[in-house]
Design a protein around this ligand. Structure first.
Ligand SMILES: Cc1cc2nc3c(=O)[nH]c(=O)nc-3n(C[C@H](O)[C@H](O)[C@H](O)COP(=O)(O)OP(=O)(O)OC[C@H]3O[C@@H](n4cnc5c(N)ncnc54)[C@H](O)[C@@H]3O)c2cc1C
Length: 503
């Protein structure tokens, strides 16, 4: 692969990376977009179902809904940016420029409503919004702009010297070379590969967060990992059964057939995601199984794609869909400001790998595509002005090309077990301590190989081990049980009645 120079290097081609590349190109920059994906399905954006929230007549209520979902922890200034930019970004870029045809009812958009949204404000295309946004946006950037897209090309390391980023080392077909850039925009998505069950594509190994953290950039809110309560896992993999199914009347039942959610929360099946996820976990542990009863409404009529998905996976949905919680979204990430600027000069992060502060400790449904779009556009435009400089790139080695067979798979397996058991939906102080020591050892073993050998899978494993440790450490340091960070001892203390005092 050749050494390159570009004004703006964007890493990742989900909604956030595409928005950044689009905006930087529109601002007159020479843009290179590198994605390790070979197919659009390798981005979470493609898989989004419910839709993209937009601001309608009541921006204050939208803001309040986001803050409420975060248990009051969202950064108000960041939420203001999201709410103020939302309608125009969606209209101008997705609708008028890219030409996405969101579902309508008569002359109007058919705004959907999801749990914790006080009004219908979600634009969607069937229940497969992600692919209907991602594919046309990708095609638009490829065909209608001057952005150079490098597919199957992974960023391995940032080029950094004394607090400034100069681009990244890119790998393609086992060959690597530096790309020097005036600005570098990370848009690498989520961290699903750290957990055994995730709704994300397998390639979501947290590369952007790891590269930024290793280069010395600040990260924030890493303990807040959101689990979706109703994923369906089969031999073929994991797929999401959208909240909208519960919105239509789907009921959660345990192995005894008992509907249990009313016992856990007054909003029953429509309680906040973290509450439903813990309830599903607990009922599965107690009774062996939880399933979503969709006999209460016309499931195949409302969710034809999901009905087909069930059929393809050998699930007879008329008997109920077996569900369990799965990792879904990282609320934290590379700490950025309102233009996506990270703490290192000329480094930006956008989309799921960033922490804008919008989600705080928990994310409101359907705000993630919007955040990626809004911050991608802001960052891309801001990134367009920097000059390209060169530094001596780090030397990557190929001294020891043979890895023990199954090395990456075994280490990933161990990492996922620890994350699932100790850094998952429920955490304890002791468990987090144990997790950190296992993860530190594991990272040491991976680092030893990275010092002698360069391969994409090894770098992905390194990313996962760095990010896992960041999550475990942040979780151990936060003693407040809030949002997605649920500490068992804090809650058992809260529920245990005070012992009677002697009179
Ligand atoms: C099943 C599912 C349903 C969802 N439903 C919704 C919804 O209805 N509404 C909503 O708002 N959100 C939803 N979300 C969340 C939302 O889809 C994601 O948070 C969002 O799409 C993330 O966008 P992104 O651009 O940051 O990352 P992604 O779309 O994940 O894209 C990341 C890109 O980075 C590339 N990449 C990663 N590492 C490297 C590297 N080292 N080098 C080069 N390229 C790299 C990947 O190949 C990919 O192209 C859903 C998520 C899932 C998984």
């Amino acid at each position: 692969m050749n050494e390159r120079e570009t004004d703006v290097l964007v890493v990742g081609a989900g909604i956030a990376g595409l928005a950044a590349a689009f905006a930087a190109d529109r601002a007159g920059a020479d843009v290179t977009l590198a994605t390790k994906a070979e197919r659009p399905e390798e981005a979470s954006t493609w898989w989004a179902q419910g839709g993209i929230a937009v601001t309608r007549d009541d921006p204050d209520q939208f803001k309040q809904d986001i803050i409420d979902a975060s248990s009051g922890t969202a950064d108000e200034a960041a939420v203001d940016v999201l709410v103020e930019d939302a309608a125009e970004a969606v209209r101008e870029v997705l609708v008028e420029t890219v030409g996405i045809e969101f579902d309508t009812e008569g002359e109007e958009f058919d705004y959907g409503r999801e749990a914790a949204h006080e009004e219908p404000r979600i634009l969607h295309v069937n229940a497969e919004t992600g692919k209907h946004i991602h594919v046309p946006f990708l095609n638009y950037v490829a065909d209608e702009t001057d952005v150079e897209i490098l597919e199957d090309t992974a960023a391995l390391e940032l080029l950094r010297h004394e607090g400034q980023v100069y681009g990244a080392l890119l790998e393609q077909d086992g060959d690597w070379a530096p790309t020097f850039a005036g600005s570098t925009v990370l848009a690498t998505g989520g961290i699903g590969a750290l957990y055994p069950n995730s709704t994300n594509p397998e390639s979501a190994t947290g590369d952007g967060v790891a590269m930024a953290a290793l280069a010395g950039a600040d990260v924030a809110n890493m303990e807040f990992v959101q689990f979706h309560p109703t994923a369906c896992t089969t031999d073929e993999g994991t797929f999401l059964v959208s909240e909208a199914v519960r919105g239509e009347g789907g009921l959660l039942r345990n192995a005894d057939g008992t509907r249990f959610m009313p016992e856990y929360h007054e909003d029953a099946e429509l309680a906040p995601r973290d509450v439903v996820a813990r309830a599903v976990k607990s009922e599965r542990e107690e009774t062996g199984e939880v399933y979503l009863d969709v006999s209460t409404f016309d499931f195949a009529g409302h969710f034809p794609e999901l009905a087909v998905k069930c059929d393809e996976n050998g699930i007879d949905w008329t008997e109920g869909i077996p569900v369990s919680p799965a990792e879904h979204f990282l609320c934290g990430g590379v700490d950025v400001d309102e233009y996506g600027r990270a703490s290192l000069s000329d480094l930006y992060a956008v989309g799921e790998c960033s922490c804008t502060g919008v989600h705080g400790a928990n994310r409101l449904a359907s705000t993630s595509l919007l955040e990626g779009l809004v911050w991608g556009l802001r960052a891309g435009e801001d990134a367009a002005g920097s000059d390209i400089d060169r530094i001596e790139p780090p030397e990557l080695l190929e001294r020891d090309p043979d890895l023990p067979s199954n090395f990456a798979r075994q280490k990933f397996g161990r990492l996922q077990r620890v994350m699932n058991e100790q850094v998952g939906i429920e955490r304890s102080t002791d468990g987090l301590k144990r997790a950190q020591s296992v993860l530190r050892r594991l990272k040491g073993e991976v680092d030893a190989y990275v010092r002698t050998r360069t391969s994409r899978s090894l770098y992905e494993l390194r990313s996962a081990s760095v990010v896992a440790l960041l999550i475990a450490r942040a979780a151990a340091e936060n003693e407040q049980s809030v949002g997605c960070h649920y500490l068992t001892e804090a809650n058992s203390e809260a529920q245990t009645p005070e012992p009677a005092t002697e009179q």
